[in-house]
Design a protein around this ligand. Structure first.
Ligand SMILES: C[S@@+](CC[C@H](N)C(=O)[O-])C[C@H]1O[C@@H](n2cnc3c(N)ncnc32)[C@H](O)[C@@H]1O
Length: 288
């Protein structure tokens, strides 16, 4: 378990690096080629569609949720290795994307893509001040890191509200936000698994749907809401199989990489989604 010398607002940089700076080569061995590290989407695809196709579907879903198109400037809060931004540029004609991440490995990966229309900033969203407004915002798989287990419900909702307020401000009060986050389902925070809480995502706390509704009230209207937890169960199972395949194929060496730990976390997460202990929210917000 890592020690966080300080609890930072809206997610701890040390905790994020603990997870994401395990190495780009490790993640590329079991994620799909777009390096998307969040749930894929099978809605509208055949049941046995491969992970790559379902990740592409998810990227397009969020792009369409915010009406991504020619000439737009879009912010991706928690951009990972930049898959969303690459798709916005390549498939949707977006002029400029800016991604925020706390991971230096991810920043380096995005910079070497060499696309002048894609910018990456190593910054906590809370400290970020754009020099001009964005037309839309997408945030996938980052909201889970914004609050802390030691915070009260009110404190947690306060953090989320600041995030929604920041999103409004970054769009000069007008625009769409597409959010994807894991959330508590049947399980309550007290029943969270200590292995995941301590070893995999230290210093992170999931929201409840109610937290999000309360925190966004008056700042955004909820246009569409889905719980696609079974998509995440499937994604985790596929990642787990790919990781095992990468070990068998000699691409990942368990002596170097945390294979056991990740296999266990992926299997446990898949079970949590299948039992609806946790869910996967996809929420389209609009200011108007
Ligand atoms: C699970 S990854 C998801 C990445 C990407 N959106 C995807 O779907 O592949 C979470 C991302 O959120 C970023 N992140 C977490 N907390 C953050 C914060 N407080 N400010 C900015 N980025 C944050 C991490 O650095 C990482 O890039």
């Amino acid at each position: 378990m890592i020690q966080d010398e300080q609890i930072e607002f809206g997610g701890s940089a040390a905790a994020i690096r603990h997870h994401y700076d395990v190495g780009n080569d490790f993640y590329s061995a079991w994620l799909d080629p777009s390096m998307t590290y969040s749930s894929a989407m099978w809605d509208g695809l055949s049941k046995d569609a491969p992970l790559e196709e379902a990740q592409q579907r998810k990227l397009d879903y969020h792009a369409q949720s915010v009406g991504a198109g020619e000439g737009m400037r879009i912010l991706d809060v928690g951009c990972g290795w930049g898959g969303m931004m690459r798709n916005l540029r390549r498939t949707h004609g977006v002029a400029e994307c800016v991604g925020l991440t706390l991971s230096e490995e991810q920043l380096a990966y995005i910079r070497q893509l060499g696309d002048p229309g894609i910018g990456a900033v190593l910054s906590n969203w809370h400290d970020y001040r754009p020099d001009r407004p964005f037309d839309a915002i997408i945030s996938v798989g980052a909201f889970e890191h914004f609050a802390h287990p030691q915070q009260s419900v009110e404190e947690r909702r306060g953090v989320y509200r600041e995030f929604f307020q920041a999103c409004r401000d970054w769009m000069a009060g007008k625009g769409r936000l597409s959010l994807q986050t894991i959330a508590y389902g049947r399980m309550s925070p007290e029943d969270a698994n200590p292995f995941i809480a301590n070893e995999i995502f230290p210093a992170a706390e999931l929201p409840t749907l109610e937290d999000i509704v309360v925190a966004s009230k008056g700042l955004f209207r909820i246009e569409r809401l889905r719980d696609d937890g079974l998509d995440y169960a499937r994604t985790c199972e596929m990642w787990s199989n790919r990781l095992r395949g990468a070990v068998r194929g000699g691409v990942v060496d368990p002596a170097i990489h945390p294979v056991e730990k990740y296999s266990r976390y992926l299997r446990m997460s898949a079970a949590g989604f299948r039992m609806r202990k946790i869910g996967l929210l996809r929420i389209a917000f609009a200011t108007e």
